[in-house]
Design a protein around this ligand. Sequence first.
Ligand code: ZN
Length: 413
Amino acid sequence: MADETVTVIKAKHLVNVDDGTVVCDPFVVIKGSRISSWGQPNSTPPPERRAVLLDLAERSLLPGLINSHVHLCLLSEGKPFYHQQSKEMALLTAVRNMRRELNSGVTTVRDCGDQHGALFALRQALEKEILSGPRLILCGPPLTMTGGHAYFLGGVADGPAGITRAVRRHISRGADFIKMIATGGGTPGTFPALASYSRQEIAAAVKTSHKLGKSVAAHCRGIPGIENCVAAGVDQIEHACFELPDGSLRFSMQLADRMAAAGICVTPTIQLYRDVQAHLARKQKNDTLTHDESRRLKLLPQVVEEKFRALQGFLTAGVKCVAGNDAGLPQTGFGELWRELAAMVEGGMSPVQAIAAATCSAAQSLNMSDTIGSIQPGKQADLFAVDGDPTRDISALSRVRMVMQAGRIVFQN
Ligand SMILES: [Zn+2]
């Protein structure tokens, strides 16, 4: 057997996301790319010859985070997302963004829509070790109707037959899941409160994807889109805003119950609304807002409150919620998943529940629980260390000191 590097990590706390406990003065033994064992102070680590000791002193150790909703090809930093970049620029943007995610403790990224499949090449570069970055879970360009939200990313497909072909093409290129745009969105000229794809079109995607062993996620802001997705059998709903034509939100417990019964998982993406709210409030101080911006700013406190109410409703109904922040939007940057977790805590989750939404629960929704999502023997050694105890103060997640991916230290501060 090849000689594997053995590392013994010691820390102040270990967050065991599987049972929601915090273990004091733990050790973790890592062999090669995997976790071999972990334990508490009174159970001494197994004697390892040539083991490297990594003493993290007062820091807390957590499993690497999973960001369940990003767009690596988008620029963020105040730049509108609805302009197509050149293929080369989309790829270079993604290289920068995936580094920011990794350095913030995100060791797995689920990209919810790239530009023209650019990320398939990026993942090959990671596999060939040309670049280092988080594990990438990819869907290619999101499928959308002609003129629909995010059409400029290159995933336009219409009608059940066209959609079936597009799903097969995406999966043959390497898509891990299929993303459908089931309502309008932030793309000018589309209507977030209204359904875009028909129920039959979504059902065609679900049938073809499931036959090929892949899941389907759908972008849904308005209620008719959510209704269509529940009926068509999608696996995950992104945003799930219950948005009305005037831009306000109205959560429906009855619909949440149906989502729970169908086993649908939700990525609630709360923080992006607070990011826009903070941006517009800043802009208002130094500048004049357009008519549309003032209207939006007035509406946003209600929207954020209703997103919180929806999160509580989902938890009550038993809908599994995972953390994703839609990084890539103009006001929502990369390396900031912790803010989404802070929003989930403000919305009523405990810090441990919020951390689970970005670790073990997210791994379950990806069907990857046996390899990632918690610190357990046999899983990939994807870990990170922060200053402070994030189970008491979630903002501790912003103070990242070390990131390890598959047993290798990829960031140290
Ligand atoms: Zn998105």
